[in-house]
Each structure stands twice: as C-alpha cells, then as structure tokens.
Design a protein around this ligand. Structure first.
Ligand SMILES: C[S@@+](CC[C@H](N)C(=O)[O-])C[C@H]1O[C@@H](n2cnc3c(N)ncnc32)[C@H](O)[C@@H]1O
Length: 367
C-alpha cells in the first residue's frame, strides 16, 4: 500500500477487475506494457543484461545476412527502391553488420531504404546510435503494415519468439485456455478458463489429431497476422522474408513458455516485466499459414546448415587471418557458438517465405 506502482500490482488490479487474463495477455503486458514492459523499459542484451543473440555474438551473422539480401535483391531483378525491413532489431547490430557487408555492391546500397519495426523507445534510441555511421539512415515503424509498399526483404531474427502465445489444455476431450489469475494466497497463478474453446479448429491439425487429455497446444496469433501481412505485400511486389528463431520443425503438443533473467531460467510468473518471456516458434504452423496465404515456403533448415552454406567458416578464417592474436579466440568461439549442434546450430532454424519465383540461397541446394 502506498509504495511505488509495479507491473505485478497493475496486473493484480486488472485481474480483480476482469477475472483471470489469458496467457497471451499476460505475456503482452510483461513484454510491452508502456510503463513497465520488459522491452519498453530497458536494453536487455549482452553479458551485463539477460541474454545474448546471434548478431551480438559474432559480426559474421549479420554480414552473411547482408550478402544474402544482396543475392535475393539481384534475383528480384535489382528493384529500386528496395524496402529492407528488420522486425525487432534489438541493438541494431545485425543491420549495421549487414549494411557494412552489402557495401561491396554500391547499387544495392543506393536502392535500399532501411525500415526498422520496433515498439521499444529505449531500443529505438540504441539502434539510432549504433546505426549512426551507416551509409543509409533508418526510418522506424510500430508495425510492418506501416512500411510503405514496394519490393521488400524482411529480416526477423529472434522476433517471433517474443510474440505472445495462447495455450490450451486438453481435458475430457475439450480444450481449455490457460490463463493467469491470483491464488488465495494473493500470488499470480496459472489456471484455466471455465468454459472450453468453442473453435478448436484454430489449433493446427498436427496438434489436434491424436491429442490426449493433459496435452497442451500452443499457438501464436501474432505470427499468423504477420504472415498475412507479408502475403498481402507479396501479391503486388517481390518479397522475401527470412525468419530465424529457436523452435521446432513439426507441430507437437507441449508448452515452451520460458522466462530468462540474467542468463538464467526463472518462473514466468515470478517477476512480471523483469524477465524476458518467450516461447519456441512452431515452424510447421508458420509454414502452413504461409502456404495457405500463397507464399512460397523454403525450409526450415538448421541455423548451422544455413550459415555454413553461406560461408561461415570461410569468413571466420579470413577474419582470424587479419585479427590481432588477442582477438582470435573470441572470433573463433563466436562463430562456433552460432553453428555448433550443442549451442545454436540445431535448435535455431531458418525459414524463408517469398513471393512466387524466388528461391533464396541456400534453400535450393538444401531441397
Ligand atoms: C529478442 S529481441 C531480438 C533482437 C534482435 N533481432 C537480435 O537478434 O539481436 C526482440 C526484439 O523485438 C522487439 N519487439 C518485441 N515485440 C515487438 C513487437 N510486437 N513489435 C515490434 N518489435 C517488438 C524488441 O523490442 C526487441 O528489439
């Protein structure tokens, strides 16, 4: 009573007013609440922060993606302008490295307009600073729908995992939505909706067929909306979207919600707004939605396969050759972490969604 307001207190007031809220609403508040949301209030990256992502681990990641963009742009017939869009650019490292590599092709740099889709004001500030020296200056948007039309390449690294998920628990043959309420002791607690889901066909077939009581089905409405948005753009202009994230290639029951704080897993309900909340990406469901919307689906393939095919080892060797001795170990361990099966190489997958007639590298060789 009388202390500073917190997201926990705000959520409890909301639950007292409306009853238990869905897990998706809880996740959305934790990540994006304007006053207390995790991304809205901080820069969480790096050794000092909560987690580290591929572009922060090694510059090679963004460089290879920059060259991938040039190759796809050529395949599109070198359109100008090209909307080069990044969804959830974090600290802007991927885009900075991509643009530095793409400078090898000045016509690409002349054609590209940079669009960053970012909701966090704090991270927009960090991105502006880190991209200050780049040849092209970015424009920011709250959503992909606000990016002007035209030929587009869209990059989403660890973006989809941050979009809220809905979860449903199977009981006596019906699906009940998982929610967050307040226990008798006054703590946040998981519960389920009192009435079953009336439209079970919103769950992917792969989750419904053969489902047993006790199974959990997880879906991500924001990813579906994003794919529909991409498909709308692809109807009128060449489009290629590159999605990189941790997740599974086949839809399977089970819950994957996780909270990470200071590089450790924690309970998703323990510190709302103070931990990163994510869930794995269901690439099978993403691909199905894309195909239903007439997008071409390439992959998913393992991140190791994607990066190795684009020249991870060769680029690493070249960087090591030129680097002072003191930096060599860091360069080698960074590149290894991206592709090592026990680290990011297997769990992280890569999928490309394109308009008709495009087969981006290295998917053609991976068929
Ligand atoms: C895990 S970080 C990934 C950062 C970056 N792509 C990287 O690889 O370092 C998620 C990013 O998405 C942003 N974000 C989260 N939800 C968003 C939303 N609904 N719309 C736009 N950006 C969002 C966050 O602010 C952050 O920049």
């Amino acid at each position: 009573m009388g202390g500073p307001d917190t997201l926990l207190a705000k959520l409890k007031r909301r639950i007292a007013r409306t009853g238990a809220i869905t897990l998706a609403h809880y996740m959305e508040a934790c990540l994006s609440d304007v006053e207390f949301g995790y991304y809205a209030t901080r820069d969480p990256f790096g050794a000092e922060g909560d987690f580290i992502t591929a572009p922060e681990i090694s510059q090679i990641f963004g460089e290879l993606i920059g060259l991938w963009c040039v190759s796809v742009w050529r395949d599109m017939g070198c359109p100008s302008p090209l909307r080069l869009v990044e969804l959830g650019p974090g600290r802007g490292a991927l885009m900075a490295d991509a643009l530095r590599a793409a400078k090898l092709v000045p016509e690409f740099i002349q054609a590209a307009k940079i669009h960053l889709v970012e909701t966090s004001p704090v991270l927009r500030g960090v991105q502006a600073k880190n991209l200050q020296a780049c040849a092209i200056q970015p424009v920011w948007h709250d959503r992909l729908g606000d990016v002007p039309g035209g030929a587009a390449i869209v990059i989403a690294n660890e973006f989809l995992d941050a979009l809220p998920v809905r979860q449903f628990e199977r009981r006596e043959g019906a699906w009940f939505e998982r929610c967050v309420g307040v226990s008798e002791a006054g703590d946040l607690a998981f519960c389920t909706a009192s009435s079953p889901l009336e439209t079970p066909d919103i769950l992917p077939q792969g989750l419904r067929i053969g489902a047993k009581d006790g199974d959990i089905a997880e879906i991500r409405p924001g990813a579906e909306a994003l794919v529909e948005d991409l498909a709308r753009r692809a109807k009128h202009h060449p489009l290629a979207a590159l999605v990189i994230d941790y997740g599974h290639g086949t839809s399977a029951p089970g819950e994957t919600l996780q909270a990470v704080r200071a590089h450790e897993f924690s309970s998703p309900l323990a510190t709302p707004g103070e931990a990163d909340l994510t869930a794995h990406v269901d690439f099978a469901a993403l691909g199905d939605t894309a195909a239903k919307n007439d997008l071409q689906v390439h992959g998913p393939i393992r991140q190791a396969k994607f990066l190795n095919a684009l020249g991870l080892r060769e680029r690493c060797a070249r960087l090591m050759e030129k680097a002072p001795d003191k930096d060599k170990e860091l360069i080698a361990s960074g590149a290894k972490r991206l592709a090592d099966a026990a680290q990011m190489g297997e769990l992280f997958k890569v999928m490309a969604l394109t308009s008709e007639g495009l087969t981006p590298p290295p998917f053609a060789e991976c068929l």
